[in-house]
Design a protein around this ligand. Structure first.
Ligand SMILES: Cc1cc2nc3c(=O)[nH]c(=O)nc-3n(C[C@H](O)[C@H](O)[C@H](O)COP(=O)(O)OP(=O)(O)OC[C@H]3O[C@@H](n4cnc5c(N)ncnc54)[C@H](O)[C@@H]3O)c2cc1C
Length: 493
């Protein structure tokens, strides 16, 4: 670590609560971590010039499929000279320290939220935003923009980071903080997708939690009614008297949309369990009230990968009974999808049966709440996939983050949709994804970059602040050792 104490004592955001003091690592942990950073840096600088660089991580939640980087556990991909070099990130997969008094933690950049939440819940604390999928890592959620049902209160995961230790593309290890020498890198790291450098450790704020979450599911029979309710929650912090510590939603159709509002609770008259035979997304249709432990709440969507476990048959009671519990996890389903995509199994099956080719439409988009109803109507007419996930958010910071310039103070709704739809006759792959991109732009929204993107270079840089990115790239990776953002996220290189 470059600094003895990580954590600048400053917040990235503007929410009340006061800055976390700098967090000191226990000396043994600090020494081990420093050795791991030095070794990682050495292996980075030893990579042959010009060879593409990839993190060798065991898990991923990207939806741009390619062979895993050499070095990743379970890797059986190419190893030849043209293959991307895999940097072993395994030394950065643990929580280095939780400081309950400071309500802060220092965390390895490739630590999964499953491990991170387990470490903090022991102290009745949690990160301010915990993305829904267990294997999303802290570094991945910061550089690739995670979101969750606390995002209306707490913004996005990067907004509760107070310091990041980054191996930059040009081979330096720097500590970026909101106001230090590398403040511009701190602000520009979110949505850079590992193209400026890799976060090796991050200091984050934590917040207290109660043992249970009391959920209420409110039904709306039109998109405008639902968007009005989100705007009310954004203004009041509650809906019909129920405190909105957590809020997200599920649209099964334009006339059947649910907002799930959760309040921290010290008591639970009953506790539901959606890790067994019952399935969480089906539960939002009724009964209208529910209780979960905080841990079960955090992972409510992971067991069935939202609803995306459906094609594997595991939502059928007979199959579910025999599908081992340890395989009811989003990373297992993602691996199955990755295998299918690489070997084109279902595409070949559909073609052999004479079915219409299908397009994968897997996206998360953010739309200002005032235009959210229009987006839902467009989506139902042009794409027609359901359910759709809704998650309101508002930046915590009072200034925009350069590479993903959401407006401070404005409430947005994240719409997430993950599946395939048949292509209309005569339309090529990309048809629906392009329609979604155009609509997002027309409605003043933004689109996450973890999946397919079809933007032209001009459109892309207009949406993702080309000038700011160019400045950062030349300051931290002038030699272009790491791929550029457009090359990585659109061209998939
Ligand atoms: C179906 C689906 C549903 C999703 N749902 C949600 C959701 O509900 N909530 C949510 O928050 N997000 C969601 N995501 C998006 C997810 O948060 C992002 O894709 C995130 O970047 C994944 O993080 P990861 O740790 O798995 O990183 P990876 O998938 O391994 O990597 C993502 C990118 O980040 C880079 N990267 C990874 N670690 C680091 C690091 N330490 N430093 C710098 N760069 C790094 C990688 O090089 C890569 O370009 C979803 C994605 C998919 C595919």
């Amino acid at each position: 670590m470059t600094d003895a104490a990580v954590g600048s004592g400053r917040r990235g955001g503007t929410a009340p609560g006061g800055p976390s003091p700098a967090v000191q690592l226990p000396p043994v942990v600090a020494a081990e971590h420093q050795a791991a950073v030095a070794a990682f840096r050495e292996s980075y600088t030893a990579l042959p010039a010009g060879a593409p660089v990839r993190l060798a991580k065991r898990t991923s939640n990207l939806f741009r499929f390619r062979d895993p980087a050499p070095g990743a556990r379970g890797h059986r991909g190419p190893q030849g000279p043209g293959a991307p070099a895999g940097l072993d990130a395994s030394a950065f997969t643990r929580v280095l320290h939780v400081d309950p008094a400071a309500r802060a933690a220092v965390v390895g950049g490739m630590t999964t939220y499953e491990d991170l939440a387990d470490a903090t819940l022991r102290h009745q604390l949690m990160p301010l935003v915990v993305p829904q999928l267990k294997t999303i890592t802290l570094g991945g959620a910061v550089t690739g923009l995670g979101i969750e049902s606390t995002s209306l209160r707490n913004g996005l995961p990067h907004e509760s980071v107070t310091a990041m230790e980054i191996l930059t593309g040009d081979g330096r290890v720097v500590t970026a903080t909101p106001e230090g020498e590398h403040a511009e890198l701190f602000r520009g790291f979110p949505n850079s997708y590992g193209t400026l450098g890799y976060a090796l450790s991050l200091t984050i704020e934590l917040e207290p939690v109660a043992p249970f979450v009391h959920l209420r599911h409110f039904r709306f029979s039109s998109p405008p009614a639902c968007m009005d309710a989100i705007a009310r929650i954004a203004a009041d912090g509650s809906l019909h008297g129920h405190r909105a510590d957590f809020v997200d939603g599920t649209a099964f159709g334009l006339d059947e949309i649910y907002l799930t509002v959760g309040a921290c609770s010290d008591v639970a008259p009953w506790r539901s369990d959606y890790t067994g035979q019952r399935i969480y997304y089906q539960s939002v249709r009724g009964p209208h009230e529910d209780f979960l432990t905080i841990r079960d709440y955090l992972w409510r969507w992971d067991t069935d990968w939202f609803w995306c476990s459906r094609p594997f048959g595991v939502q059928r009671p007979m199959i579910r009974k025999f599908w081992p519990r340890r395989y009811r996890r989003s990373d297992v389903y993602r691996s199955l999808v990755a295998f299918d995509r690489r070997h084109r199994l279902s595409a070949t099956l559909i073609a052999n049966r004479g079915g219409a080719p299908r397009e994968a439409v897997i996206q998360d988009v953010e739309i200002p709440v005032g235009r959210g109803a229009e987006f839902l109507s467009f989506f139902a007419a042009e794409v027609g996939m359901s359910p759709v996930w809704l998650c309101p958010l508002r930046l915590r910071s009072d200034s925009p983050w350069p590479l993903y310039p959401l407006e401070p103070g404005e409430a947005y709704v994240n719409f997430g949709f993950w599946g395939t739809v048949p292509l209309p006759p005569g339309r090529a792959d990309g048809h629906h994804n392009r329609l979604v991109e155009a609509e997002v732009t027309a409605l003043g929204g933004h689109k996450g970059l973890y999946s397919t993107s079809c933007y032209s270079e001009d459109e892309f840089w207009a949406a993702y602040n080309g000038p700011a990115y160019a400045r950062l790239k030349s300051a931290y990776d002038a030699g272009g050792r790491l791929a550029g953002l457009y090359e990585k996220c659109v061209r998939g290189s």
